[in-house]
Design a protein around this ligand. Structure first.
Ligand SMILES: [Zn+2]
Length: 281
């Protein structure tokens, strides 16, 4: 592609470049991920500052050069102001952005992931951030074709049996029956109620998310297992989770009440064998 072209996009990353420029990574609706320079944007007088800051969604006019594209104009669609005024929501916004950045490969056009990110950022302004993050993870796994099997054993198709805690193994692709436990990588033990919430999240419309009732205990379990699933398949640690933990974002369980107990419940089974996920937690 050469010459000028328009694209709507969300700024995933921005870093300083040369004296007054910035180098952006922008996820666009129609052209995939684009690395682009914005010249002079660090000058106070630049008209491009607002629309090119990280998390902004804008309509850009690019010039495709030989190596890098250049942003020559941009028209702001949303800067997601409510997220910038709340450190907790901002941390979760960075988490959604990091997931989208990890999922979309260079050169890949992925309008479904773009629209998911756009919806996720919009929902973060209105719904409990923890629930938005879980719904976003569930949808991302579906987009990747990796929706976990949770109704029966993902390994043998058999019944999960009993009413006790269910074992979930990312490497197996979902829940596993007692007979298949201990065979495939890291495993987690979760309450059947948490599995039900996960199944709801897989199919729930965004607008219904605010009505979802999740107990603090289930929220904590899902906070551990759902990101672990995603990290297992992306084969990387999502760094913004550390930021969320640092600012105490985990303490908001999505129910409006802070947790009473500190720390994570440690649902990972002792002695679980590591697959590609070894050492992630
Ligand atoms: Zn089985």
């Amino acid at each position: 592609m050469a010459g000028y072209f328009h694209a709507e996009g969300i700024v995933l990353k921005s870093r300083d470049y040369q004296e007054t420029a910035q180098l952006l990574t922008i996820l666009t609706l129609d052209h995939g991920k684009i690395d682009a320079i914005v010249k002079g944007v660090r000058k106070p007088s630049s008209s491009l500052r607002s629309g090119t800051q990280q998390l902004s969604r804008s309509r850009f006019l690019f010039y495709a050069g030989r190596n890098l594209a250049t942003v020559t104009q941009c028209e702001v669609q949303s800067i997601y102001a409510p997220l910038r005024q709340d450190l907790g929501r901002l941390a979760y916004a960075c988490y959604l952005v990091e997931i989208a950045d990890s999922v979309v490969m260079p050169g890949q056009v992925n309008p479904v992931m773009y629209n998911l990110l756009k919806q996720g950022l919009e929902m973060l302004a209105a719904a409990p951030p923890v629930l938005v993050a879980r719904a976003f993870e569930a949808r991302t796994l579906k987009i990747l074709g990796l929706e976990p099997r949770l109704d029966r054993c993902a390994a043998c198709g058999g019944s999960l049996t009993g009413g006790g805690r269910v074992t979930v193994a990312p490497a197996a692709g979902g829940a596993v029956c007692p007979g298949c436990c201990g065979r495939e990588g890291p495993e987690y033990r979760v309450m059947p109620g948490s599995i039900k919430i996960w199944q709801q999240l897989n199919h729930m419309q965004w607008r219904l998310l605010q009505r979802l009732q999740v107990s603090p205990a289930r929220a904590r379990e899902l906070e551990e297992i759902m990101p672990a699933f995603l990290e297992y398949y992306l084969d990387r640690r999502l760094k913004s989770r550390i930021f969320i933990n640092t600012i105490g974002g985990n303490d908001d369980d999505g129910t409006g009440k802070n947790r009473s107990a500190a720390g994570t419940p440690g649902n990972r089974l002792p002695g679980s064998q590591g697959g590609p996920g070894t050492g992630w937690r």
